[in-house]
Design a binder for this molecule. Sequence first.
Ligand code: AR6
Length: 184
Amino acid sequence: MLTIGHCTLEAQVADITTLDVDAIVNAANMSLLGGGGVDGAIHRAAGRELLRECETLGGCATGDAKITRGYRLPARHVIHAVGPVWHGGARGEAGLLASCYRRSLELAQQAHLRSIAFPAISCGVYHYPPDDAVHIAFATVIDTLPHASGIERVVFACFDDAMFDRYERELAARRDQAPPSKPA
Ligand code: AR6
């Protein structure tokens, strides 16, 4: 756990569909019409109404995000972000991945949400190298939080211990950078 301003950041090993937060982020594709991985799990848990709302959205560009209701999920909303497919790193993948995190926080802020959970966008079927992806996720969230002052809680939902360890390393490195507390 790490506190930045009014916001706590934490990593959890969790199925993101079980989290009771204002919004969970989906690692979607440009159609926004569902798929495998976390996308499939979110659509299964939310029910058909989620697909019906997604059908009205006209898809989404890579690096961008769109928000829907959460339907049968404990989460009140789903923010569908489209991460980049990893092609080796020379096709703007890092900027597009950062943009997913930034846009998701912007949408959450605009909707007056306070808590948000992210999966490791692009780290599954899209094959983004996970160490790099986690570093981008973490750094982008920290850089964006000052512009999303209503966000009080960010959860990085990890499907396995290896992913959890990556976020824990980022959290620890950031804690180590914090200025030492003043002597009493
Ligand atoms: N909760 C948390 N994390 C999960 C869950 C879950 N229930 N399920 C998987 N993960 P992926 P991508 C992790 O493949 O790489 C879909 O077909 C998983 O272990 O879901 O962005 C879409 O429709 C991995 O670390 O997303 C797109 O076509 C991370 O979530 C495409 O896959 C992301 O893996 C998007 O690929």
